[in-house]
Ligand binder design. Structure first.
Ligand SMILES: Cc1ncc(C[n+]2csc(CCOP(=O)(O)OP(=O)(O)O)c2C)c(N)n1
Length: 936
């Protein structure tokens, strides 16, 4: 067979690298049995002979030609090179303690039947594109690849689907761009930063003995990494960096990334007010609640001299839960919402840095929920930079008890996130990795993960003795030098600094800290600063008119129903929606969804953007909403709310991914960042909200009291007992009422579309005000289209939100009424259905409690006073007695009952919220109504 490969017409001339390897493999098979390969290939081999590496004629004689009997060796070398790229990470030197096995077997030439001599004979260009000039043969190429893929940085990116991304990463790595390249000045800066990082921990350790700080020591280079990202962001003109992180190293990040002065930090440890030490230039902003939180949960916002805003999100103890919140904050910072239509997004304006723990990352599902946002249109932010501050331990639990994956970072691979592992003892490599990650995000707009592998110098907190539970690991740690020591020695031996300079840097920084603490002691005010509940929170929002001018509503309704002539709406839906003209012509009622759309339109006209999300939120779980119409012929989307006159702000409605925790967190974060936006999350059914329980407990209900963080988030929780079983009946209202306090949120269970219209508008008017608070609305299912719930146009043009509604027609004769029944939502409508005009129940009056919290005591008291013969106040509810609103309402009623009997009508105490059987439900519901309306 010919071995003259220089024929320029050869089809092989344009085939390189792994593809060439494949062709060679085919050729090997062809030689054995020509008929077993693709006939087209066989024909080419017949005509042109075996493949050749391109440009072989320019190679030195030794490598210009590959004898066909060497194909096996060449193939082996190509496989070896690919193995280094794909599996080099398993053999890499990324563990500072060197306590993990390095799997080098598949990187040995012998595994592929190769000797060093064989490798020397393999042409470089078969193994490496654009090889550096000093790489002269295949052996040198393999060693070069090993130096890139198996030393202090390791890469995993073969799981990425897009070839452009893979080859971009490969070319960056193989061009040596992820190798240290710092000049002497930068090296000195890095040492100074590391000295500060370590010095801060040392200073606190010995000055505030026994106080928890969740020391960063062992992953000190986390600060170096974040500092580099900040610098890169400043150069790129990024406006906002949103950081989410847990306890580990947080105080150090606050100090050295958000520039919270040492004085403020030490004042916190000394339990004295830190206010006096807040920088006067306004560069640092910190909010505080009146009830407070521990120092390693507090956030801050810092504006760097170059104008980049860096925000560290306030954070509960619940690991990883802040990730989606930060994603939502980031998205809000990227969107332009002050014009009608969709909100355009500029992902270069902001990005998130999410710092994770190595045990929490694979353990907490909210991490993958958040990763899943990365390419979903309503939630993506053009890529977050994830960092695992990997100390190889969680509390006392070692990796083998923590996860089933090889790396902590492995869940990210399912989301096509490139993973870079880096030895945390190597600050220069860490900086190189930061640069690659930043550039990758800018280029591909996708998440990337840096697994910063170090160790934890102390126990979980500094009082723990880790030798008790993790002796082997900690014997190793006790013998291991600190990152600063190792780097200081390196700079000294490289003559960048003298040993004395290194020592002096350390002592100078410690004395700077001592001075700062002396300053605190000299200037401390003895009274720990007391933050009081803001007046506006306690007062509540005034009753403001929320009606909308009839002409405005009429025009809006027309706009909403005037679709472009070339838009083909689904016929049946079009007919249903066109019926929305009727109430404006004096026929029929405005139903729940119609009222909602009109409220949204009016809010947009008043300048507040709206973002609504939830599972199937566009159509609505109960096929009632239809805020996005789909052209039946081509699937094009039409959002009628984008076409109303005079809208001044954006409107978006997204079908969310099927998750609650992360979506609620995201919407919460969005709303914190854009406080003028009406942000609404809707549960598919109300009780699914308990999948996001920690968002309600840790953020939505408590964030203001803990951190002074305001929120106007609206949550719609479908609820009602309609015989659909335990999981589709109750929104677990009791949970929200149990957490109610200090006017932290509004909880409503509504029975009227008009009232829904007004409460949404009232909420929009509160946005950006001191009195803002989240709003939880228990929303209907069958009541969505119920005639007793629908509104007339006039109900929307006048008035405001009604915290209570008296049953029309009842309670007329004040001298006869002996019983006052209270009910909310569907229960109130069931009662209304039964009593009709009320004429058969002269001794009874029904009051619908629309707003449960804050409880409308004054209004109820006024009604009680109206009826001198009252003998009974009765709470009627559909939920079991230990659920729903009874336990909350009872003490509130007792306070104003003035001795009148208080009774309960509803289901008995149960462990499950509703019957599984629809017929049983009907019997039970009828019993409650019968008993509640039994005449005395
Ligand atoms: C949701 C949740 N569960 C349990 C804890 C208690 N806890 C605090 S830190 C910790 C270990 C975390 O390990 P890792 O994620 O590796 O972070 P590290 O502390 O090692 O930095 C645990 C279990 C918590 N804070 N949050």
């Amino acid at each position: 067979m010919s071995s003259n490969y220089s024929d320029s017409k050869s089809p092989w001339s344009s085939i390189t690298g792994p593809n060439l390897g494949y062709v060679m493999e085919m050729y090997d098979i062809y030689q054995e049995s020509p008929e077993s390969i693709d006939p087209e290939f066989a024909e080419l081999f017949k005509q042109y002979g075996p493949p050749v590496e391109p440009g072989a004629e320019q190679q030195p004689a030794a490598t210009a030609e590959v004898k066909s009997d060497k194909f096996g060796k060449v193939l082996g070398a190509i496989h070896l090179a690919e193995a280094i790229r794909a599996h080099g990470h398993l053999a890499s030197d990324i563990y500072p303690l060197k306590d993990q096995p390095r799997d080098t077997e598949r990187l040995e030439p012998s595994t592929y039947g190769l000797t060093e001599q064989d490798l020397k004979e393999v042409p470089v260009s078969l193994l490496l594109e654009n090889a550096p000039a000093d790489i002269k043969d295949g052996l040198a190429a393999i060693n070069y690849l090993k130096s890139l893929y198996t030393e202090k940085v390791a890469f995993e990116f073969s799981h990425i689907v897009q070839p452009q991304e893979r080859s971009w990463l490969q070319s960056k790595i193989e061009a040596g761009e992820v190798k240290p390249s710092l000049d002497a000045d930068k090296k000195k800066q890095v040492l100074e930063l590391l000295t500060r990082v370590e010095g801060f921990e040392k200073f606190v350790h010995r000055t505030f003995v026994g106080q928890k700080r969740f020391s960063i020591e062992g992953v000190d280079t986390l600060v170096v990494l974040m500092d580099e990202l900040v610098r890169l962001s400043e150069t790129a003109g990024t406006e906002n960096i949103m950081i989410g992180m847990a306890h580990r190293g947080r105080l150090n990040v606050l100090t050295h990334i958000l520039n919270k002065p040492y004085e403020m930090m030490f004042a916190g440890f000394a339990h004295v007010s830190d206010e006096a030490f807040l920088p006067e230039d306004g560069s640092l902003q910190i909010t505080k609640g009146w009830f407070g939180d521990v120092k390693y949960h507090m956030g801050a916002a810092y504006t760097s001299p170059k104008g980049t805003n860096i925000k560290l999100a306030y954070n509960p103890s619940h690991l990883e839960i802040v990730s989606p919140v930060v994603a939502g904050q980031t998205r809000a910072a990227q969107e332009l919402t002050q014009q009608s239509g969709l909100a355009p997004i500029d992902v270069n304006k902001a990005y998130a840095i999410m710092v994770h723990g190595d045990a929490a990352f694979p353990g907490q599902g909210v991490v993958t929920e958040t990763l899943n946002f990365s390419r979903i249109r309503g939630y993506q932010t053009g890529g977050s930079i994830h960092i695992i501050a990997n100390n190889l331990i969680g509390f006392t639990t070692e990796q083998y008890d923590s996860r089933s994956t090889h790396y902590s970072s492995d869940p990210a691979k399912g989301y096509e996130v490139p993973v870079i592992h880096v030895n945390a003892d190597e600050p220069e490599e860490v900086i190189a990795v930061a640069r690659l990650a930043f550039e990758y995000r800018q280029k591909f707009g996708k998440d990337i993960l840096i697994d910063l592998i170090g160790y934890r110098r102390y126990g979980h907190n500094e009082m723990d003795e880790p030798l008790v539970t993790n002796p082997t690991m900690y014997h190793g740690i006790h013998e291991h030098g600190t990152v600063r020591e190792i780097y200081g020695e390196k700079l000294a031996s490289g003559k960048v600094l003298s040993e004395d300079d290194v020592k002096k840097l350390d002592s100078d920084i410690l004395s700077e800290m001592q001075k700062a603490y002396d300053h605190v002691k000299e200037n401390k005010s003895d009274d720990a600063h007391e933050v009081v509940i803001p007046e506006a929170v306690m007062q509540g929002f005034p009753e403001v008119p929320t009606g909308v001018d009839k002409d405005v509503l009429t025009k809006m309704n027309e706009d909403l129903l005037s679709w472009p002539s070339d838009f083909s709406a689904f016929g049946k839906l079009a007919r249903i929606l066109k019926r929305r003209e009727d109430p404006f012509n004096g026929k029929g009622k405005i139903d729940w969804a119609h009222a909602e759309t009109l409220a949204f339109g009016s809010i947009l006209q008043e300048g507040n953007p709206i973002r609504l999300s939830g599972q199937d939120a566009q159509r609505g779980t109960f096929a009632h909403r239809h805020l996005v119409l789909h052209d039946e012929k081509n699937g094009n989307e039409l959002v009628p709310l984008h076409h109303i006159s005079d809208a001044k702000a954006s409107f978006v409605v997204y079908n969310s991914p099927l998750s609650e925790a992360s979506v609620v967190g995201f919407e919460y974060g969005y709303n914190v960042e854009n406080d003028k936006a009406l942000v609404i999350w809707e549960a598919q059914y109300g009780d699914f909200a308990n999948m996001a329980q920690m968002m309600f407990d840790q953020f939505i209900s408590a964030a203001r009291a803990k951190w002074g963080q305001k929120s106007g988030l609206v949550m719609l929780l479908p609820h009602a007992y309609e015989g659909q079983g335990p999981e589709h009946s109750s929104a677990r209202l009791e949970r929200y009422l149990q957490n109610a306090g200090e006017n932290n949120w509004t909880v409503a269970n509504l029975s009227s579309a008009a009232n829904y219209f007004h409460i949404l508008r009232r909420q929009a008017k509160m946005l950006g005000e001191e009195s803002i608070r989240p709003l939880i609305i228990v929303t209907p299912k069958s009541l969505l289209r119920h005639p007793l719930v629908g509104a007339d146009v006039e109900d929307l043009t006048e008035g405001n939100f009604q915290t209570i509604i008296e049953q029309p027609g009842m309670g007329q004769n004040t001298k006869k009424v002996e019983r006052l029944l209270f009910a909310s939502g569907k229960m109130a409508i069931d009662l209304a259905d039964r009593v009709k005009d009320g004429s058969e129940y002269p001794d009874t009056h029904i009051v619908r409690v629309e707003q449960l919290y804050p409880f409308p005591s004054e209004k109820i008291q006024a009604i009680i006073k109206r009826y001198p013969k009252l003998k009974e106040l009765a709470w009627v509810q559909e939920e079991p007695k230990n659920m729903g609103s009874w336990s909350f309402a009872e003490p509130n009623l007792r306070e104003i009952a003035d001795g009148i009997d208080i009774n309960y009508y509803g289901r008995v105490v149960r462990s499950s919220p509703a019957e599984g059987d629809g017929e049983m439900h009907k019997v039970e519901q009828a019993r409650i109504i019968d008993e509640a309306l039994a005449k005395s």
